[in-house]
Ligand binder design. Sequence first.
Ligand SMILES: Nc1ncnc2c1ncn2[C@@H]1O[C@H](COP(=O)(O)OP(=O)(O)OP(=O)(O)O)[C@@H](O)[C@H]1O
Length: 265
Amino acid sequence: MEPVLKLEHVTKRFSGLVAVNDLSLEMPKNCIHSLIGPNGSGKTTTVNMITGVLPVSDGKIFYGDTQISGKPVFQIARLGIGRTFQNLKLFSSMSVLENLMIGAHQMTRIGLIQFLVDLRGEKREEKLLIERAEEVLEEIGMADLRHEKVKNLAYGKQKMTELGRALMMKPDLLILDEPAAGLNPSERREFVDILLKTHEKGIDLFLIEHNMDVVMNISTKITVLNFGAKIAEGNPYEIQNNDEVIRAYLGDKYKPVDLPPAVEG
Ligand SMILES: Nc1ncnc2c1ncn2[C@@H]1O[C@H](COP(=O)(O)OP(=O)(O)OP(=O)(O)O)[C@@H](O)[C@H]1O
């Protein structure tokens, strides 16, 4: 089966620094693929190249059979690749609903400024956006918070809003940069449950994550980077038992742990 995403000998150089070094990887369909490694090992740079934020220095990136390296961010997004960010990119003084709608403005023919001007108008596209936002709010369990300003939400709900914003465009592939960072165990469980539901609906997930309990519990495939280069690839069991990964990243003390149950309410 053709991979969803394929990196062929991808390198990124920043002046003298090689941030990603000759990286090749394939993400199979129906997969939760995690990219892990120590701080500074090149994970975010890799995602920035996949999403078109940074140009590759060498190599090629394919989404299905379409070469996406060299294409601008908006074109890559329109092909069906959604993304969340390590540092949330939300409008904190606006409501959850408005943030979701802004996330989808790329799907519509109108530009962002026009969209903001028209936010309370009667335009057909806005009605469609509101309908879609309502669907997403149900999916992420935040329908009752639709009119709450983002700045009043707990951090876990802000992260969920960021996820919702990425879901607005109905991506086929969703790239998540540290989705569990900053979440308490209960919020983490809730977030992971929503991610798994999202995946069950047919969205492939590619995630950068430092929380190994999350990675080892949900990943189908894991790629490990160190100093920009791939040092290992495999399923969670293989990665947990890989000597080089233990030396470079996991350490001796890592023991797989199940995620705790979510606390209701
Ligand atoms: N725009 C840039 N200009 C120069 N160097 C950069 C730039 N972006 C990243 N780097 C460097 O590239 C290397 C890889 O960084 P990157 O952020 O991709 O690592 P990471 O694995 O995502 O780290 P973390 O887990 O801390 O988020 C680091 O040495 C970083 O300092």
